[in-house]
Write a protein that binds this ligand. Sequence first.
Ligand SMILES: Cc1ncc(COP(=O)(O)O)c(C=O)c1O
Length: 440
Amino acid sequence: MAESPLRTDGPAALEWAASYLERVGDLPVLAQDKPGAIRAALPAAAPENGEPFSDLLRDLEDVLLPGVTHWQHPRYFGYFATSASEPAILAELLAATLNSVAILWRTAPASTELEGVVLDWTAQLLGLPTGWHGHIEDTASTSTLAAIIAGREATGRDLVVCSEQAHASVEKAARMLGMRLRKVGCDDEFRMRVDELGDLSEAAVVVATVGTTASTSVDPVSAVADACAEAGTWLHVDAAYAGTAMVCPEFRWAFDGVDRADSLVVNAHKWMLTPVDCSLLWTRRPADFRAAFSLVPEYLRTPDAEDALSLSEYGPALGRRFRSLKLWAVLRCFGRSGLQAHIRSGVRLAELFEGWVAAEPGWELCAPRPFSVVCFRVSGSDERNRELLERVNASGEIFISHAVLNDRYVLRLAVGQMSTTQASVELAWEVLRDAAAAVS
Ligand SMILES: Cc1ncc(COP(=O)(O)O)c(C=O)c1O
C-alpha cells in the first residue's frame, strides 16, 4: 500500500506553516500583486493527471504568497487584527481529517456535543448568564441574520432597528429578509442614542453593538434592554470584536445589560486566537431559534431522542463543520490566563500608541478608545489623510484601515495580532510620522 501523503508530504507542509509564521514579519504586510496577477500565473485548467503535493507547496510559495495580505503579520493593524494561533491551526488539520458533517446529532455526536461544551466554557469565561444555548455560525453576518430571523419569528414584526454605527451586516440582513430598517443617531462618543429609539411597538429586533466597527464604541445596552422589554422587541447584541475582552473583569462594564439580551454574537475569529471562521451565537430563547429554523425532511428523520440537539435546527446551514475543535484547542492551550494576557497586551499597545498621537503636535485623536483600536488623523484635509493611508500601506511596513466619523476621514490602528509587540507599534508610529512629513 502506498504511504499516506500525510506522512510523505505532511512534514513539509507543517514545516512550511511553521517557517511562514517565523518569517511573516519580514514580508510586506499588504499583498504586492496587482489584480489579475495570480490568475495570470496559474494554468487555466486543472491537470489531467494528479501532480505531487510538493508542486503545490512550491506554487504556494512562489505564486500565491506574493498575493497574500498577511493577517498573521505583527504589523497588521487593519480593520480588526486577528490571529490564528498554532494550537488552533493544528486543530483545523484534525477537523479536516475527521471531516465530520454535523447535519444531525447522529452524524456527528462528538462535534455536536463539543460545540455545546466549548460554548458553555466560553460563556463562563465572558461572564454570561448560565443556561444560555450556544452554537457556532461561520461569521457574525450569518449570526446576526439568524438572530434577526429568530426575532422576526418570535414577534411577528418586520422592522429592524440599529444605530448609524452598527455594522453593515445588520442592514444587509434586513435587506435580504425584506424587512424595514430604522437607523438611530449616536451621541458624540458614537453610542446609540436611546432617546432616539422612538416607538418600538413595530420593531422585531433592536441590534445594539458592543464595540462598533469604526470606533469600538459601546451602546448603552442596559437602557436599550429596558426599551426592548417594554415594547416586546427582541434584543440582539453584536459584540463580534469586543466580546472577547470580557474575559478580563476590567472590561465587563461594557457588557452591562447583555445578560438581558435575547441573542448575542461574539466572533472567536476576531480576538479569540481562532482562525476564521468561528462565530459564537448565544441565545436565552433557543425555542424561538428552533421554531424559526427547524425543518427536518423525511430522509433526515431518525429515532434518536438526541436529535433534539441537532444544531442544524438552530441556524441556516444543514451541513456544519467541526469548528468547535479549534476553539477547544484555544481554550485548552491558552486557558483563561492566556486569553487575558492576549487581550491586555493588545489594549496596552493601543494605549501607548494613543498616548504618542495625543502628545504629537499636528495629530489628533478622533474617538475614545475603550479597547485596542485607535482612531486618529493628521491635521489637514481628508485628502491628506487618505494619501497618508495609501502611502503607509504601499510601503508594506504596516497595514491600517480607515473610517468616517463625524463626516471626517479618520485612520484606524487596530491591535490584535498575537505577534504584535511594542517594537511593532513603535515602527508603525515612525512610518506614519515619516509619511506624514511627505504628504502635504
Ligand atoms: C461589529 C461587527 N459586527 C459584525 C461584523 C461582521 O463580521 P463577519 O466578517 O464575521 O461577518 C464585523 C466585522 O468586522 C464587525 O466589526
